[in-house]
Design a protein around this ligand. Structure first.
Ligand SMILES: NC(=O)CC[C@H](N)C(=O)O
Length: 310
């Protein structure tokens, strides 16, 4: 049973306080300097509900690099654009491998396991690059519209270092191209992918912008259809099985919600029929998921009885 949300604000504060020192157990992503320099003790949580309430505690209005959380927006855009033909080029199975693994991709002939590991998101970036005349702009406009905020921006410093240190992502892209699964030119595809990873948003903005996934594809604020109910279902299913990479099983076990993490330390979780939770704390565990984010998600879903498996 879901508890009343009246004291949710206080509860968020309390849960966050309990995590105060746990950021020390993780390690901030250091593959690029722009992420390595983020203060490790920042942390925030926000909950947006489909009936229009927004709660937040800590640094919930502080923008951070959304990184792989961007894969959710990209997938929705690609599904809207090319429909079910996307599933001929990317699958919907958990990978059981790290998010940037290349091993499986060769065995499986350039068909990524799912759209939220890097190979899959690069494939989705190819679809967007090929089907939009200005895909980066279209992506940013989509996110700005969903967040109802025109100030959301691409952090150019993050973008440039992603580009500079993006050899593994480039290798994934070229491998897929060698199997004929990438249409556009690789530099254009990578430029799109790194751009979407480099968007900065706060917990509050992310929670609000993904409400349509908790509401059968309809933005509860504007009543606009962002995607079909069936596509919202498909995205949530993929996030349930693969959104936390090779820790998705443990996340289902301890939290029980469709979710997506990013190496910037953000985690979003969709609660169908209720709303969206977003947490942020930069230090990561060995799977590339935020340590405090994992804890907070477990605590809040338990507290409010939000797991989809009850
Ligand atoms: N898990 C992530 O957030 C990965 C995104 C990161 N930019 C990468 O491509 O490696």
């Amino acid at each position: 049973m879901r508890k009343n949300t009246i004291d949710l604000q206080e509860k968020l504060q309390e849960l966050l306080l309990a995590q105060r020192d746990n950021f020390l157990q993780g390690k901030v992503a250091d593959y690029i300097p722009a992420l390595a320099s983020v203060k490790p003790d920042l942390m925030g949580i926000s909950v947006a509900t489909i009936d229009g309430q927004v709660f937040g505690a800590g640094d919930y209005q502080h923008p951070f690099s959304i990184q792989s959380i961007s894969k959710v927006f990209g997938l929705v855009m690609a599904m809207n654009r090319i429909g079910d033909s996307i599933w001929q080029r990317v699958r919907m199975e958990p990978s059981g491998q790290p998010f940037n693994s290349i091993i499986q991709l060769e065995w499986e002939k350039g068909i990524p396991r799912n759209p939220v590991i890097n190979a899959g998101a690069i494939l989705v970036s190819d679809i967007l690059t090929s089907h939009f005349s200005a895909s980066k702009l279209a992506f940013l406009s989509f996110v700005r519209k969903l967040a109802e905020n025109d100030n959301i921006y691409v952090d150019n410093q993050v973008y440039l270092s992603e580009l500079k240190h993006g050899n593994l992502n480039a290798a994934l892209a070229y491998l897929m191209k060698s199997f004929g699964n990438i249409e556009a030119e690789i530099p254009d595809v990578l430029s799109h992918y790194f751009t979407q990873c480099s968007i900065s948003m706060s917990c509050e903005q992310l929670a609000k912008s993904l409400l349509f996934l908790a509401n059968k594809g309809i933005d509860p604020r504007t009543k606009e259809t962002i995607c079909t109910a069936r596509n919202a279902h498909k995205v949530n299913a993929i996030l349930s099985t693969s959104g936390m990479y090779d820790q998705s099983g443990e996340f289902a076990f301890s939290v029980g919600l469709p979710a997506k993490s990013g190496v910037g330390g953000g985690v979003i979780a969709i609660v169908p029929g209720y709303g969206v939770i977003c947490t942020w704390s930069p230090p990561l565990n060995n799977y590339g998921n935020s340590v405090v984010g994992m804890n907070l998600m477990a605590d809040i879903t338990e507290e409010l009885g939000l797991s989809i498996y009850y």
